[in-house]
Ligand binder design. Structure first.
Ligand code: RTP
Ligand code: MG
Length: 148
C-alpha cells in the first residue's frame, strides 16, 4: 500500500488547524501510520527542501519551516500521494479551489498551511528523513473492508 509524508506547517499549527487537517484524511479513508509534533532543525529543513536550494525563496522557506513546531504525519492508502496533493490544492492558495486545504485556509504562497510529497520517490525520501522505522505502525483497521 502506498504511503506519503504530510506536514502541517508552522502557520497551520499556530492557527489551530491540525485537527481539521487530520480529520480530512481520516474521513477520506486513509490510514494514519505515524505522527508527531516536532521542531524542524536548520539541517533537516535544508535537506527536506534540497530541490529548491537554488531558488530565490529558499532562505525564506527554510526560515519559515524552522520558525515553529510542525505536525509531521505518514498516511497510507491507495493512491494516497496524488490524492493528498489534490486534497491540499495548488501550491499558491490564490489558485487552490475551495474545498481544498489551501483553498479553504491559505492566502499566500509562503504560508500555505501544509506540505505533501509530490511523487513516490519524494515520499520515500521524506518519510525516511522525518521518521525512524519504529515510529511507523503497521496495523489493520476494521473500516478498510468498507473502503476497499
Ligand atoms: P510543498 O513542497 O510545501 O508541499 O509545496 P508544493 O510541492 O506545492 O510546492 P513546491 O514547488 O515544492 O514549493 C515548496 C514551497 O515553497 C514555497 N514557495 N514559495 N515565493 C514563491 O514563489 C514560492 N514558490 C514556492 C511554498 O510555500 C511551497 O509550498
Ligand atoms: Mg513540494
Amino acid at each position: 500500500m502506498e504511503r506519503t509524508f504530510l506536514m502541517v506547517k508552522p502557520d497551520g499549527v499556530q492557527r489551530n488547524l491540525i485537527g481539521n487537517i487530520v480529520q480530512r484524511f481520516e474521513a477520506k479513508g486513509f490510514k494514519l501510520v505515524g505522527a508527531k509534533l516536532m521542531s524542524v532543525s536548520q539541517e533537516l529543513a535544508e535537506k527536506h527542501y534540497g530541490e529548491h536550494k537554488d531558488k530565490p525563496f529558499f532562505g525564506e522557506l527554510v526560515d519559515f519551516i524552522t520558525s515553529g513546531p510542525v505536525f509531521a504525519m505518514v498516511w497510507e492508502g491507495e493512491n494516497v500521494i496524488a490524492t493528498a496533493r489534490n486534497m491540499m490544492g495548488k501550491t499558491n492558495p490564490q489558485e487552490a479551489l475551495p474545498g481544498t486545504i489551501r483553498g479553504d485556509f491559505g492566502l499566500t504562497v509562503g504560508k500555505n498551511v501544509i506540505h505533501g510529497s509530490d511523487s513516490k520517490e519524494s515520499a520515500e525520501r521524506e518519510i525516511n528523513l522525518f521518521f525512524a522505522p519504529d515510529e511507523l505502525i503497521s496495523y489493520e483497521k476494521q473500516d478498510s473492508a468498507w473502503i476497499y
